[in-house]
Design a protein. Sequence first.
Length: 297
Amino acid sequence: MNVEIRDERFRRVVGNDVAFAPIAQGCQFTEGPLWHARDHYLLFSDMPGDHLRRWTPGQGVTTFRKPCNQTNGLAWDAAGRLLACEHATSRLTRTEADGSITVLASHYDGRELNSPNDVVVHSSGTIYFTDPTYGRVEYYGRPRAPELDFRGVYCVRPDGSALTLLADDFEQPNGLCFSLDERRLFVNDTVRRHVRVFDVQVDGALANGRVWADTVGSKPGNPDGMKLDVAGNLYTCGPGGIHVFTPDAECLGVINTPEPVANFAFGDDDFRTLYITASSTVYRMRTATPGTRQMAA
């Protein structure tokens, strides 16, 4: 079986088992999957290859952007513009309708950011992103010494103003997602192998940070990409594949992926397809419960 069922509710959320179908192969390290609901395509990056690709049903894989500054996490903003975390430049950027690039964040307190990794957008338009140091190491980014002495979680306004440090006590913050009502923000820590949760304040700040769940398992893999489904179940990368938690932090089980997984995104018309970036391959598989839809696109 391709699943490890720890609670019978897993069958209703994901299914009795899953089947993986590769849609892109031969990459070096895939990341940043993002589905475009209107135009029916998937974006994903190959960071070591400095290549942002597009997969379209019936057409296959084409180049979207190369070079891409070793892009990692992607998101759509409220206007449907592409937000990108760039490892090689330590920037968070936005692609405008005419194809030009706007830099939304690159420095904090006069020092270069580490390497923005993953990004989500609140319905208010405020952009939240994580900033570990993975983009400053060989293979996954451009080797260089960090200028900051912490790895933070930030938010920034849609126009790139008011960059705000929200938390600075992570070993390596990585995936993040909002609860269904956007009153909480989940952020995982790759090194500590757990998911933390924060209360989102009226002004966008975070408060009352606490450990929400641990990812437990003996197989290779660590917390990385993270998403929610429409029932509020949280999916996060972890040992062995993708761990699925209930809204009250009970682990239902693990989707055992063929290769170590870095990220995933829900897509297709019904948002019941999970697109998985797993090392050299991008896979797709079906779930019983739809995922939440990214805004705008």
